[in-house]
Write a protein that binds this ligand. Structure first.
Ligand code: APR
Length: 227
C-alpha cells in the first residue's frame, strides 16, 4: 500500500514556523518578489541573503511536531513518500526517510552559476561566500518564476499512489497544487487543514483541523480501513 503525503507550511506551524499566507505570515513586511525571486536577488542580494539567514537561524531553534512524527512512524506499516513544499528539514528530523523537497532546502546552498554544485549549509550565507569554482553561492530555494526540477518526480509518485494525504497547504501555488489531478481515480484522498480550500467529496475526506490532531485521525482512519 503506497501512501504519498503532500505537505505545506501548515504542518510546520505548530513547530513555530510561520506560514506564508496566514495573517501573521512570513511575507509580512516583505514583498514576496523582493526576497524570493531572481529579480529580487539581482536587485538586492544582501536583503535576500539576510532573509534566508534569519529563516536558517530560526530552523535551528525549532523541532518536529506530532504531525511530522506520526508521518515518520507511518513507515512502520506502509510504503510512505513525502512530497513537501517546505524548505525546512522537520520531516527528516522526525525520521521520515523518503522526502522530496519541491521548493528546495534551507540547509543547502548552491552555486549561482553551476547549478549542480549544491552544498550543505547551516550557518549564515553572505556576499563573498563562493563555490569551489569561485562563483557566489545562493540559497538552494526554488524562487517564484524558477523551474521546479523535482516536479516530474513528484507527478510520478502521485500517479503511483494508493492514498494521497494533503496537509497544511493553501493549494494556491502552482505547480504543486496541480499534483492533486495526478492522483489515480481509484485512490483515496485525505486533506488536513484548519482552513481547507478543498471540500469533501466521494473521494476526498477533509479534516478541518490542525495537523497535530488531524494527521492522527487520518492515520487511524487509514489503518481501520486497510489493515
Ligand atoms: N495545521 C495544518 N495546517 C495549518 C496550520 C496547522 N496548525 N496552521 C495553518 N495551516 C494552514 C493554513 O490554513 C493554510 O491553508 O496552512 C496553510 C498554509 O498555506 P500557505 O501559507 O499558502 O503555505 P503553502 O501552501 O505551503 O505555500 C506554498 O508558496 O510561498 C510559496 O514556496 C512557498 O512552499 C510555499 C508555497
Amino acid at each position: 500500500m503506497k501512501i504519498t503525503v503532500l505537505t505545506g507550511a501548515g504542518i510546520s506551524a505548530e513547530s513555530g514556523i510561520r506560514t506564508f499566507r496566514d495573517s501573521d505570515g512570513l511575507w509580512e513586511g516583505h514583498d514576496v518578489m523582493e526576497v524570493a525571486s531572481p529579480q529580487g536577488w539581482n536587485a538586492n542580494p544582501e536583503l535576500v541573503l539576510d532573509f534566508y539567514n534569519q529563516r536558517r537561524k530560526q530552523l535551528l531553534e525549532v523541532e518536529p511536531n506530532a504531525a511530522h512524527i506520526a508521518l515518520a512512524e507511518l513507515e512502520n506499516d506502509f510504503d510512505v513518500q513525502i512530497i513537501t513544499q517546505n524548505v525546512d528539514d522537520l520531516h527528516e528530523r522526525a525520521g521520515s526517510t523518503n522526502v522530496l523537497h519541491l521548493h528546495g532546502e534551507l540547509f543547502k546552498v548552491r552555486s549561482t552559476v553551476i547549478s549542480t554544485t549544491i552544498l550543505d549549509w547551516k550557518k549564515e550565507l553572505n556576499k563573498g561566500d563562493l563555490c569551489k569554482d569561485s562563483y557566489q553561492l545562493r540559497p538552494h530555494i526554488v524562487w517564484f518564476g524558477e523551474d521546479v526540477p523535482e516536479m516530474d518526480n513528484a507527478i510520478r509518485l502521485v500517479r503511483e499512489t494508493d492514498i494521497l494525504i494533503i496537509i497544511g497547504t493553501s493549494m494556491q501555488v502552482y505547480p504543486a497544487t496541480s499534483l492533486l489531478q495526478f492522483a489515480p481515480s481509484e485512490s483515496k484522498i485525505y486533506f488536513v487543514d484548519p482552513k481547507p480550500t478543498i471540500s469533501s467529496s466521494e473521494r476526498i475526506i477533509v479534516f478541518a483541523e490542525k495537523a497535530s490532531t488531524g494527521v492522527i485521525k487520518v492515520i487511524e482512519t487509514i489503518k481501520s480501513n486497510e489493515l
